[in-house]
Design a protein around this ligand. Structure first.
Ligand SMILES: [Zn+2]
Length: 351
């Protein structure tokens, strides 16, 4: 692995909200055994102070870039929204937070890369973790027995249809007049060509972002937030729906963290390990599963003993660590803090 920024065992902690003292929390995390903070780029004005405090506490600092999730850009230009095969848009109900830009919009991506470039110059993080680097899907609400054909596929916006029209693989038949008819024809008769094309768009976005980051900091660590599905699940939806071809992305980054939020996704706590194994097989790269501390999007509870099984599974070989989602859900829960502390100690002792 060429990434010098990754310790042999990485205990990550995700932080998104400035709802805690940015100067004192790094020391508390360090005391718990955390090695690396993953901080969202929307943290706000206290981000530089937090980044500095992490360095002082001896914590690595990874910046999370939410690549295609950008409410401000979408408010300014609603044509950036993706359009789906069944007439949907890339927004969860009326959520401002959960809406995604069409990944084929290079005009948007150029601006996003410029912002990330400036963030890296200013904050000098040890690593960059790319989140929402995929096509739209509400994977949090995709239950285990969800029929694959019922998952809407994106993107069939005017911009994407114009690109497709210029590609030999997508000579739309005359009968496919409107958006839905074109989408139905593509999914019926050009499914693999369309999937490969979209996976290429995601890979190119990763490659451009990685290039921009490494042009500022050649040894910066690069990670991808992955959709927590195995390669076969929902008829290959990781590629077909999300556009994430893990084998194609692997050479571009140092490691992956699939977001194994077992509770909201109605899985067993140990399921985390199945996803990590599948990712490791596809990626040939280290895989650090993200674990869920407390309920979100779905009512609880998550008992401390259940959380321990979840963390234990996430730390099973070949996993070189975990990434905990997230500080805001953990900091006021001493039982879960104890679970993490003891599991980190156990993993470090047996490493
Ligand atoms: Zn599009």
């Amino acid at each position: 692995m060429h990434n010098r920024a990754m310790p042999p065992l990485m205990f990550g902690m995700k932080v998104y909200l400035p709802d805690d003292d940015p100067r004192s929390m790094p020391a508390r995390m360090r005391g718990l055994g955390v090695t690396t903070v993953f901080c969202g780029d929307e943290y706000g004005p206290k981000l530089p102070a937090f980044r500095e405090a992490c360095a002082r506490a001896g914590l690595q600092f990874y910046l999370i870039a939410t690549v295609f999730r950008d409410p401000k850009a979408l408010a300014a230009d609603p044509t950036l929204l993706s359009l789906g095969s069944a007439g949907g848009v890339s927004r969860w109900r009326d959520s401002e937070f959960y809406q995604l830009v069409c990944p084929a919009r290079d005009d948007y991506l150029d601006r996003r890369i410029e912002k990330t470039h400036l963030d890296i110059e200013f904050l000098r993080p040890d690593g960059l973790s790319l989140d929402f680097i995929r096509y739209y899907v509400r994977r949090e609400q995709t239950v285990p027995d969800h029929p694959p054909e019922a998952i809407e596929k994106f993107c069939f916006c005017d911009h994407c249809l114009a690109i497709m029209r210029a590609l030999p693989a997508f000579a739309f038949p005359h009968a496919a007049r409107d958006r839905r008819a074109k989408a139905a024809w593509v999914l019926e008769s050009r499914r693999e060509e369309w999937t490969a094309w979209r996976c290429g768009i995601i890979a190119r976005a990763v490659s451009r972002l990685a290039g921009a980051a490494r042009s500022v900091a050649p040894n910066i660590g690069l990670a991808i937030h992955g959709v927590p599905w195995t390669s076969e699940e929902y008829d290959g939806a990781r590629r077909v729906v999300a556009g994430q071809d893990i084998g194609m992305l692997a050479p571009l980054v140092d490691f992956f963290h699939p977001m194994c939020y077992f509770h909201m996704m109605r899985r067993r706590p140990e399921w985390t390990h199945d996803i990590a194994v599948d990712y490791a097989r596809s990626a040939g790269r280290p895989v650090l599963p993200c674990v869920q501390v407390n309920p979100f999007f779905r009512k609880g509870p998550i008992a401390p003993a259940t959380f321990r099984r979840h963390v234990e599974a996430a730390l099973k070989p070949p996993s070189p660590g975990i990434n905990v989602w997230e500080w805001a859900l953990l900091k006021d829960d001493p039982a879960k803090v104890d679970v993490l502390k003891s599991e980190f100690e156990r993993a470090a002792a047996s490493a």
